[in-house]
Each structure stands twice: as structure tokens, then as C-alpha cells.
Write a protein that binds this ligand. Structure first.
Ligand SMILES: Nc1ncnc2c1ncn2[C@@H]1O[C@H](COP(=O)(O)OP(=O)(O)OP(=O)(O)O)[C@@H](O)[C@H]1O
Length: 240
């Protein structure tokens, strides 16, 4: 069974068609990077995969079911923090929030153990009792990833996880994502993500162009060498 299957997907806000005939699929544990110009429809596609929006036409299946049916299998790392930095909430409190679900309002020992384990895996256990406002951008991003991972998702969806982070922090976040053993869909403005071990790349600009296979094939892919956004890779790999 596919981890994610997007078939014949169309979406429009009012009259403006934003996504048109999008088709792609991901196997379990694959890593997909979604790139494309501003306004191309990347965030809209993520919202559809998350089940926050409904397709105008076509369908999305996650492990064979609709996004709404499997919301507990999906971890989400939003682009912006949805908590106020003025609230004196600790890192541990935020990570624990990931264990709450519909009808579950209290934490048990297993929740606490799981949160501690994830903090350790992400090497942020030393920040456990720090206030979120006292962390750097990169550290805060790791906390958001921890909150998503603590729910033990099978698929994680991330919107610009490296934006507004210094280069060292970006590398750490990308290393972390690269090594996660779950299905990953990551929207990024940072073209350097394509130099990572991605299994699939979707270039989204209303329509989707999907590039499959190891990135070392990129130079041979005429389309990818022609796309304006791939100037960086042109220099790096196309030898033009
Ligand atoms: N709620 C909305 N109502 C109407 N139009 C919208 C809405 N949200 C987005 N759009 C439009 O849909 C198009 C796609 O937007 P979307 O945010 O999905 O693009 P994006 O690729 O994520 O852009 P960016 O890289 O700038 O974040 C844009 O033309 C945008 O103006």
C-alpha cells in the first residue's frame, strides 16, 4: 500500500484554480521535497494532504484512507509557531502537547516517557525545562519537530522547516529529517534540500513536475536543468 497517493487532484479558491491535475505517490518511509515559486500552490497542497482543505476534484489517500480518517497517523510541523512566545511555556510542555488527541486531555506515564525519548533522540533534552522564548530559531524548530514526532506518526508533513534559521541550524534540521525513518513530505524554499537524500522531488507551479530517483540523476533530467528555480543546481550539477 502507498504511504501517500495523490490522484487527479484539482483545487480552487473561489474562481482561481491553484492546483491542476496533480498526480504522485510515495512509498512508506520515502522522503519527498516540494519546491516551486511563491504562489505556486505548495502550502495549498500541504493543507489538502493534512485534510484541512477538501479537493475540488480528485483524491488523496494516506495509507489507503482519506486524510481525515488517518489524522492520527500524520505529524505536522507548521511554518510558524502557533503559540505566543510571551506565554511562559516550557519545551517539555510543548512536546507533550503532541500526545494529546481527540478526547484525551491528560498525560500518562507513557506520554512522559515518549516525550523524554524524543527529546533525547533530537538531542534537545538539555532544553527540557527552558522557556520556548529563550531558544534560538533552530532549537525552536527542533521542538516543533519533537512535538510532531512524539505522536508516533507514520508520515510527517513539514512546511519550510529551515526558514529563518542560521546555516548550522539548517544543516542540523536537514540531517535530522534525512535520518527519520518515516514517510516525509517537506516544502522548502531552500533549494539545497535537493542535495539531500530525497527520493522524490515535486516542483509545484499550479501543475506538478515530479522527479523520481536519486538526485544524482538530476543533471540528466532536461526539465530540471531548464527550470529557472534550479539555477543553483545548474551550477552545482548540470555543468552548464
Ligand atoms: N485562503 C485563500 N483564498 C484565496 N486565495 C488563496 C488563499 N490561500 C492562497 N491563495 C492563493 O493560492 C495561490 C497558491 O498559494 P499557496 O500559498 O498555496 O502558494 P505557495 O506555493 O505555498 O506560496 P509561498 O511559496 O509564497 O508560500 C496563490 O495565488 C495565493 O494567492
Amino acid at each position: 500500500m502507498k504511504a501517500l497517493e495523490v490522484s487527479n487532484l484539482y483545487f480552487k479558491y473561489d474562481k482561481e484554480t491553484v492546483l491542476e491535475n496533480i498526480n504522485f505517490s510515495l512509498e512508506d518511509k520515502e522522503f519527498m521535497a516540494i519546491i516551486g515559486p511563491n504562489g505556486g500552490g505548495k502550502t495549498t497542497l500541504l493543507k489538502l494532504i493534512l485534510g484541512f482543505l477538501k479537493p475540488f476534484k480528485g483524491e488523496i489517500k494516506i495509507y489507503g484512507k482519506s486524510p481525515q480518517e488517518v489524522s492520527e497517523l500524520i505529524g505536522y510541523v507548521p511554518q510558524h509557531t502557533n503559540f505566543s512566545l510571551d506565554i511562559p511555556i516550557t519545551v517539555f510542555d510543548i512536546v507533550l502537547q503532541g500526545r494529546l488527541k481527540k478526547g484525551k486531555f491528560f498525560y500518562n506515564n507513557k506520554d512522559i516517557e515518549k516525550a523524554e525519548e524524543v527529546l533525547k533522540t533530537l538531542k534537545i533534552e538539555e532544553f527540557k525545562n527552558r522557556k520556548i522564548k529563550d531558544l534560538s530559531g533552530g532549537q525552536r524548530q527542533k521542538v516543533l519537530i519533537a512535538r510532531a514526532l512524539v505522536s508516533e506518526p507514520k508520515i510527517i508533513i513539514m512546511d519550510e522547516p529551515t526558514s529563518a534559521i542560521d546555516p548550522t541550524g539548517q544543516k542540523e534540521i536537514l540531517d535530522l529529517i534525512e535520518n527519520l525513518e518515516i514517510t516525509r513530505v517537506v516544502v522548502s524554499h531552500d533549494i539545497k534540500i535537493l542535495l539531500r537524500k530525497v527520493d522524490k522531488i515535486a516542483f509545484i507551479n499550479k501543475k506538478a513536475v515530479i522527479h523520481e530517483g536519486p538526485k544524482l540523476n538530476i543533471p540528466k533530467d532536461k526539465h530540471f536543468c531548464e527550470v529557472e528555480l534550479i539555477e543553483f543546481l545548474k551550477d552545482e550539477t548540470c555543468g552548464i
